[in-house]
Write a protein that binds this ligand. Structure first.
Ligand code: HEC
Ligand code: HEC
Length: 360
């Protein structure tokens, strides 16, 4: 007997059916052009935290994409080179392995392409890309790390990007109470949160954009924030629905990333829910999925309870030890090097050299 498709009741999915749409994937996808290696991850981890990648030597990727703020910076909009205030809020890099187009407006096509953007951007890290290669080549530890990671290739712009992107793909949100519920543990989330899940998928229709285990369709939508930024409209110029459209962000660990939206204009999840319920700007570009929801206070509280179940127990992120700057001034090197006519270096002399003392 087939299911009658012409009644809305038959079309509505049950809670159990909805749950199956949010099952976590078994593994992280890595692209063929830049496959996973542990060496790349370790090197990318160092580069991500190394402020020497910036022109001023004081801003690293992690300055803005700070693991302590779920890989954002906790600010409405961040600060870059010389404390330049940026135009948009720093998005998280969490779960970006599953991302498609990068940035709020999708102007970059991959993490590899994206990684080079901020280093060169004057307002962000203000570094000349050629300069970075030179700077890293001058650091003996990086020469070794790149040679081991990319045998026969060493330090290049493309390899810097590959290592950083591979590291970013390993930044994955941990198992949340919600995941345990989806996996069958009825006690892992509250009854209110379960009602919130139903509201998310049905009455509030959040799922039409925040879909799948990572709570994003990777698409671009105008959700009626009143600012002037046209977002995706700056990239796709002639499509009405792309004006004021921004990339749907993941909702994993979202409680850790206030304030919200591309402009950081909504301070709390309660304000976000109020926005969707009754607060958005109506204009031609507004997504067709945006309708006043008029949720009552109980429904709003349930929805909030649900969003809080998406916070996972993420692994602690270690601040990596970075390769030291070269400790041997050129003239000393000549004096110490056997090739320059000196004696082979003894262990004692090596220790002395590393402490910038002369060896007798
Ligand atoms: C000064 C702050 C700042 C620094 C430093 C910075 N970023 Fe960002 N990052 C941002 C902002 C702001 C955006 C969004 C800009 C936009 O969409 O127009 C962004 C976007 C991104 C995105 C896209 C995320 C998505 O979901 O689309 C990735 C990935 C990223 N940055 C990685 C990096 C890496 C790697 C570095 C270091 C090489 C870095 N960022 C340095 C602020 C920063
Ligand atoms: C039409 C698609 C769409 C619908 C429907 C939708 N969202 Fe969003 N959501 C987005 C987009 C796009 C953004 C980013 C908008 C921006 O910054 O301009 C966003 C941002 C958010 C944020 C902020 C995340 C962050 O990191 O800044 C939260 C929280 C959120 N949505 C929750 C919800 C909830 C809860 C619902 C249902 C009541 C919902 N969304 C319905 C597309 C949608």
């Amino acid at each position: 007997m087939g299911t009658p498709l012409w009644t809305t009741e038959a079309a509505a999915k049950t809670r159990g059916e909805w749950k199956t749409e949010y099952v976590r994937p078994g593994e992280v996808p890595f692209p063929e052009e830049n496959p996973y290696t542990t060496e790349k991850v370790n090197l990318g981890h160092k580069l991500f935290f190394d402020p020497r990648l910036s022109g001023s030597d004081y801003i690293s990727c992690a300055t803005c994409h700070n693991p302590s703020f779920s890989w954002g910076d906790g600010l409405p909009t961040g600060f870059g080179h010389k404390m330049t205030k940026l135009g948009r809020r720093t998005p998280t890099v969490l779960n970006s392995a599953w991302g498609e187009l990068m940035m709020w407006d999708g102007r970059f096509e991959s993490l590899e392409e994206q990684a080079l953007g901020p280093m060169g951007a004057e307002a962000e890290m203000n570094q000349e890309l050629g300069g970075i290669v030179e700077e890293l080549r001058a650091i003996p530890g990086y020469r070794t790390l790149f040679n081991v990671t990319f045998p026969g290739e060493g330090i290049s712009i493309a390899n810097i990007a590959k290592a950083i992107a591979t590291y970013e793909r390993t930044i994955v949100s941990g198992i949340a109470p919600f995941d345990r519920w989806v996996a069958g543990d009825e006690t892992s989330i509250s009854t209110a949160a379960k009602r919130g899940f139903d509201i998310f998928n049905n009455k509030a229709n959040c799922v039409s954009c925040h879909s799948s285990w990572n709570f994003t369709d990777s698409g671009f939508h105008d959700i009626g924030l009143p600012d002037d930024d046209i977002g995706r409209g700056g990239v796709v110029k002639n499509m009405v629905k792309m004006q004021h459209a921004f990339k749907t962000p993941t909702l994993r660990n979202v409680v850790q990333r206030a304030p919200y939206m591309h402009d950081g204009s909504l301070g709390t999840l309660k304000e976000v829910i109020d926005h969707y319920s009754e607060g958005f700007t109506k204009r031609e570009s507004l997504s067709d999925e945006m309708k006043p929801l008029n949720l009552n206070d109980d429904e709003k509280a349930d929805l909030l309870a649900f969003l809080l179940t998406l916070e996972g127990a993420d692994p602690v992120v270690a601040a990596p030890v970075l390769p030291a700057n070269d400790q041997v001034p050129g003239a000393w090197l000549q004096r110490l090097s056997p090739a320059a006519g000196g004696q082979a270096e003894t262990a004692e002399c090596r220790t002395a050299r590393l402490h910038l003392r002369r060896c007798k």
